[in-house]
Design a protein around this ligand. Structure first.
Ligand code: NAI
Length: 255
């Protein structure tokens, strides 16, 4: 039996990585998905793969009000009011200690990861069906801990996402809308490749080995492992869960 029958889901940051893997799983589980990302070609490929009956896409920047308004309207006119909003788009920023951290990069990380999540909540919550809605925000183990150094903007933004999630969960519990965060640890996507390269240009592999030493399970996670948790949170199986953080981090948060 499918786990997301007749659900309608908005997914941001769906051109690749965890967002794209979520789109594939959601459709396999019976949902229709409306995807937002920056890479037009990648989005069109996913739409073709999942078929236009099940999937539509929109190119946009989640840090803008316009994109968030248009994504909600686009989803409503194409499939109907969303039951699920997966607010997932994010950027990693630079690798630099605070005195050296570029201010423009700090502002960009805050714009996408914090303003983008706030706007996603602001425009999706009012149209989520009274039949019950589920919002999933992709925070990070960096939402709980400042592991390593040189990550100030990312760590601050991922902590802020948890604050937004908790506020939205409390504000919407009586509306039958649940709001939760999934907290991945290092996961095999473009983002980890970029973080490794930023920390040691030309020697990403050595950074990966160091990062893995700090993961009890001894490896990076896969997007599909994170999607297992997202699917649970999006489905009615998680009907008792709101305001929570759900780690998929190979044991890092146990330290
Ligand atoms: P990714 O880089 O593969 O995917 C990020 C997605 O966000 C892309 O589709 C990109 O186009 C989109 N995006 C970025 N800025 C955008 C903007 N302004 N407007 C619209 N879309 C935008 O990375 P990944 O790993 O799939 O990341 C997804 C989420 O998971 C992010 O929020 C990230 O912080 C979080 N995360 C990732 C971890 C990892 O190790 N890969 C670990 C913990 C959290």
């Amino acid at each position: 039996m499918s786990r997301l029958p007749n659900k309608i889901a908005i997914i941001t940051g769906a051109s690749n990585g965890i967002g794209a893997a979520t789109a594939r799983r959601f459709v396999a589980e019976g949902a229709k998905v409306f995807l937002i990302g920056r890479n037009e070609q990648a989005l069109f490929q996913i739409r073709d793969e999942l078929t236009p009956d099940n999937c539509d896409v929109m190119v946009g920047d989640v840090s803008t009000e316009k994109t968030n308004q248009e994504m909600v309207e686009g989803c409503r006119s194409r499939f109907g009011n969303p039951n699920i909003a997966m607010i997932n788009a994010g950027v990693e920023g630079a690798a630099a200690l605070i005195p050296d951290y570029p201010i423009d990069v700090f502002d960009e990380v805050m714009a996408v990861n914090v303003r983008g999540v706030f706007l996603g909540l602001k425009y999706s919550l009012p149209v989520m069906t009274s039949a019950g809605g589920s919002v999933i925000i992709t925070s990070s183990v960096a939402g709980l801990k400042a592991r390593g150094m040189g990550n100030s903007a990312y760590v601050a933004s991922k902590h802020a996402e948890i604050g937004l999630m908790k506020t939205a969960a409390i504000e919407n519990a009586t509306n039958n809308i649940r709001v939760n965060c999934v907290l991945p640890g290092p996961t095999e996507t473009r983002m980890m490749r970029s973080i490794e390269e930023n920390r040691a240009p030309g020697d990403a592999e050595s950074v990966k080995k160091e990062v893995i030493k700090g993961i009890p399970l001894g490896r990076y996670g896969t997007p599909e492992e994170v999607v297992n948790m997202i699917t649970f949170l999006g489905s009615d199986e998680s009907s008792g869960c709101t305001g929570g953080v759900y780690s998929v981090d190979g044991g890092i948060s146990a330290y």
